[in-house]
Structure formats: C-alpha cells, structure tokens
Design a binder for this molecule. Sequence first.
Ligand code: KIV
Ligand code: NA
Length: 267
Amino acid sequence: PARYRTVHLQRAKDEGRRFAMLTAYDFQMAQVFDEAGLEVVLVGDSAANTMMGLSTTLPMTLEQIAVYAASVVRGTRHALVLSDMPFGTYEVSPQQATENAIRLVKETGVAGVKIEGGERFAEHVRMLTDAGVPVMGHIGFTPQSENVLGGYRIQGREEGAAERMIREATVLQEAGAFAVLMEMVPSDIARQVDEALRVPTVGIGAGPHTTGQVLVWQDMLGLRAGKMPRFVKRYADLRTVVSDAVTEYRRDVLEGTFPAAEHGFDS
Ligand code: KIV
Ligand code: NA
C-alpha cells in the first residue's frame, strides 16, 4: 500500500499473516527500514537508552521523543510510524494522555502512539481513540514501571498469569486499542493472548505466536555493546563494521593516504 495503516495490520491478523516492526529514531535509518519494506516503525522511548545513553527510559520527555519522531516520519513513505508516549506524559488522566498524544501527532506526523500498561489505562485508550489517535497497548514487562516490577524480568510466571494477561489485553482491545504488544512474556501465554484477541498482537521476547514481532534496531544489527537479552537475534555486526572502517580512516589520515588526489579540487 501507499502507506501502511492500522487496518492493514488487522487484515494481516485476519488472514493469518505476520508483520515486522523495528524501532527507529533518525531520518536515515528510518529511510533504510522503509525501503526494505518494514511494515511498522516504532519511535521507542528506548531512545533514552540507545540514543541518549541513559540507563532507564524514565527521564525521556515529550519534546525529546518528538524530535526523533518527526525525523523518522520524514524518512518513511510506506511504513506505519508509531511513537511511544514517554513516562509522565499520559498516566495521570485520559485528558493528559490525549492532550500530549495530540501534540505528538500534530508536531511529528506519527500515525499512532503506544502506551505502557493494561486495564488501568482503559479509559485513556478510549479517549485517545475517540480523539482520533490509534493506540497500541503494551503489557508484560513495561520498562517505565521497572521500579514497581522489581527490575528487568520476565512477566507472567505467577499463578493465574495467563488469565490475567488475557483480561488485560482484552480490556485494552475493548477500549479501542488497535493492537497489543507483549514484552518478555512466556511464549505459551503470548499464544493464548493472541488467540483470545481479535486485534493483532506484537511480541518482543514473547515467542513466535504473536501477529507481529519487534526488536530494537541497535540490538538486532549488532551496534550495541555487551551481552544481549535472550530474545534478540543478531542479523549483523555493525559495531565491528563501523569500528574497522573508523580504524582504517584514522590510519589513512595519519599516514597521509587520505585524502588522495581525486578527493581534492583543482584551482
Ligand atoms: O521503546 C521500545 O523500544 C519499546 C520496545 C517494546 C520495542 O517499547
Ligand atoms: Na518503549
């Protein structure tokens, strides 16, 4: 299609097809993803980690994510672009959520937002959707609540977890959410949630049964240093590619082999 919309994700679920989503934060990377045919791009508040070097997503502001979101929208022609609502921009009330989401849509051109949390945000989802802002829910591990959840850990291992997650997801759906993302949820529970929902699901660390999958691009392209979470598959080793290129460039500069004659201008 000219531009993917939420209806196309719904159609994928209805027809038993999948879709792929990655985070993006800047113009050129978004352009590459878009040209590769990626259906959905998420301007994640993981930018706090990947772009700003913060250890949590909590400090990110609406103004900051708006810069990333506007850049990503300018880099895409076909992908559906969604933006996270940062911590502190939606929780207080449906009104707060709606006012801030409308600002994001007006200032950046994103087609929808994602908010973390289940049932307790049903009224937020309802008001956002009624106002014309499509909402993707996000349950399971929700990084903005890491101080309540007791750190970075898999969710849904307690007694009755499947029923609870199905209820959370269903309430979001009934409130108008066009999709529900699950992060770090046992594969079997994610499958049950996907089967219980009419709307598509998206997984990260949630197994193979969700309608769509999402990863943080610096993880899957191997730019990030250090140990990767179990759910990440590395499709490239950009850290080595970039490091080798910069090492070679520096050596050329120090040895005087760059710039060569063809890189200079005649008088
Ligand atoms: O911010 C983010 O990267 C996310 C993940 C679920 C992909 O929300
Ligand atoms: Na996020």
